[in-house]
Design a protein. Structure first.
Length: 492
């Protein structure tokens, strides 16, 4: 197999900084590509929370040209992705990244300088390749935060010998966030105003960084087959569907995997007991421990979990609308999440109203998310849209049957229960509204109480599913080869 040099550029990566599944993908996929023999490296910001003392500082500072602002100099720290020899580089620029959170302040308002912060990261990724004398065959960017790099490759660096053999791939994890900024950002991007047109960078008279990536990447991927089709439509394209359709022949859908070093009920380091498909007694213990931890009575009733960013995408408004009806059933619900500020107050009030049935933790707590996945019986994920979604996959591997709205990756990765045959690994509904949600939860609860045989068979089946990254990593490998083929033939 041909060994490729691959640079991943992204805004977050587990375990260093995480707000969602993007970090999980960045923390896992490079390791699996490394196992295929490639020289993969990752670059991301050095946020305030990342401890520099455990990293190695590169001797020379890195110069990053920022157009009209001039050249800015930053430090670069080097570390390794855990359980691997994959190098990860942290771009250290205090003024941009020395903050507690990644994208926005406590009230959820995006930082005012997000344009410069992420253009800087994208340009730093390019400059870093030169500084390290790392000649990438593939520049792999993720979402709008680094998609300016796809643009840089075909403009500023088009004739740069260092990138002569380089093609680029953009992975779309979420089309809703596009990085839209005032047109003056063109002066910072410094690629020439001739690119500020509707076919490339411009959208509604503004710079749209995701669009720049879509129009300049050699190949594009979306994080599930279903989502790769959905983003061609107005409902899920968020205004970029027409642009996306111009690239439909260069677009692949590749389902994310699960990093089984992190998410495995047999070995999970965050759990006090372990279990597998043949013996779920550990899971029963973990359920009782979770009830205790969350302050719920230790009763043998269906325990339903929600772990989520509490935003509209995740259908949190529909959960809020149905919560009183849901809690009429003899069940318990635990919720862990943070997001839109109203949800923090709302679910806090629900907890006070139903202390024996509902418990929530507002905040981000990775170890607790593992304990919840393991201790619950069911996992509720009624996403309005879901590019891939990881929690429904984690849930299945933990024998915690997902209840999902059949969108995007949820449609691709959950097989709905069939009462006649007992087949399935979860409960799926279409048409996102409170009535359908309550009915489907009712169906799952009814199955838990009255069809224990089917419920347990589904748990076993779910736990034996193969969501390993190995398969997807091989598909990315094919995607890279295709990108190189097209770049070589001048097809892009
Ligand atoms: P998204 O990336 O859209 O948020 P995913 O399902 O792909 O959705 O990934 C979410 C990831 O973030 C999962 O690893 C999930 O466990 C984690 N997560 C979300 N909210 C929290 C939270 N409040 N505390 C800990 N982990 C969380
Ligand atoms: C995004 C999507 C989510 C996906 C994750 C990782 O955050 O919302 O569905 O699983 O990226 O690709």
């Amino acid at each position: 197999m041909e060994k490729l040099n691959i640079l991943f550029a992204a805004s977050e990566c587990h375990p260093f900084a995480k707000t969602g599944g993007l970090a999980d993908v960045l923390g896992a996929l490079p390791k699996y590509l490394r196992e295929l023999g490639h020289d993969v490296r990752v670059v991301m910001p050095r946020y305030y929370g990342i401890d520099r003392t455990k990293l190695q500082k590169l001797p020379a500072p890195l110069g990053v040209p920022m157009g009209i602002i001039g050249e800015m100099w930053c430090g670069v720290y080097e570390g390794r992705l855990p359980d691997s020899d994959v190098p990860i580089y942290f771009v250290d620029y205090e003024l941009f990244y020395g903050r507690e959170s990644l994208y926005s302040d406590e009230s959820g308002i995006g930082f005012i300088d997000n344009d410069n912060r992420f253009v800087f990261l994208s340009r730093a990724a390019m400059q870093l390749c030169k500084a390290l004398n790392f000649r990438p065959h593939i520049l792999h960017t993720h979402d709008w935060h680094t998609s300016a790099a796809n643009l840089f490759l075909t403009t500023i660096y088009a004739n740069d010998e260092h990138f002569a053999r380089c093609a680029s791939v953009l992975t779309i994890h979420n089309m809703q966030y596009q990085g839209e900024f005032y047109s003056g950002l063109m002066n910072v991007l410094d690629v020439g105003w001739e690119h500020f047109n509707f076919r490339e960078v411009e959208m509604d008279d503004r710079v749209n960084l995701l669009k720049a990536g879509i129009t300049h990447a050699t190949m594009i991927s979306a994080v599930s087959p279903r989502y790769s089709q959905e983003i061609l439509t107005p409902e899920f394209g968020y205004g970029l569907e027409a642009t996306m359709r111009t690239r439909a022949n260069d677009l692949w859908g590749i389902l994310n995997g699960v990093d089984t070093l992190e998410w495995n009920p047999k070995t999970d380091r965050h759990l006090s007991a372990h279990y597998d498909a043949d013996d779920l007694s550990g899971k029963a213990k973990l359920k009782r421990a979770l009830q205790k931890e969350m302050g719920l009575p230790r009763r043998d009733v269906p325990l339903i979990a929600v772990v989520s960013r509490l935003v509209r995408q995740k259908g949190v408004d529909v959960i809020a609308e149905s919560i009183h009806d849901l809690l009429k059933m003899d069940i318990q619900i635990v919720l862990l999440g943070s997001g839109e500020v109203w949800t923090h107050f709302y679910f806090g009030d629900i907890m006070r109203l139903y202390p024996k049935r509902f418990a929530c933790r507002i905040g981000f707590d990775a170890p607790l998310s593992h304990r919840i996945e393991a201790g619950a019986d069911l996992f509720l994920m009624p996403s309005r849209f879901e590019p891939c979604g990881l929690n429904q996959m984690y849930s299945q591997l933990y024998g915690t049957l997902p209840i999902v709205h059949g969108a995007g990756g949820l449609e691709d990765s959950v097989q709905s229960y069939d009462e006649k045959t007992g087949e399935g690994t979860g409960f799926k509904f279409y048409g996102l509204n409170a009535k359908n949600l309550v009915n489907t939860v009712g169906w799952a609860v009814h199955t838990w109480y009255n069809r224990k045989d089917h419920f347990q068979a589904m748990q076993k089946r779910a736990m034996n599913l193969d969501y390993g990254w190995e398969r997807s990593a091989k598909t990315y490998d094919l995607l890279y080869k295709e990108a190189l083929r097209r770049a070589k033939k001048g097809l892009f």
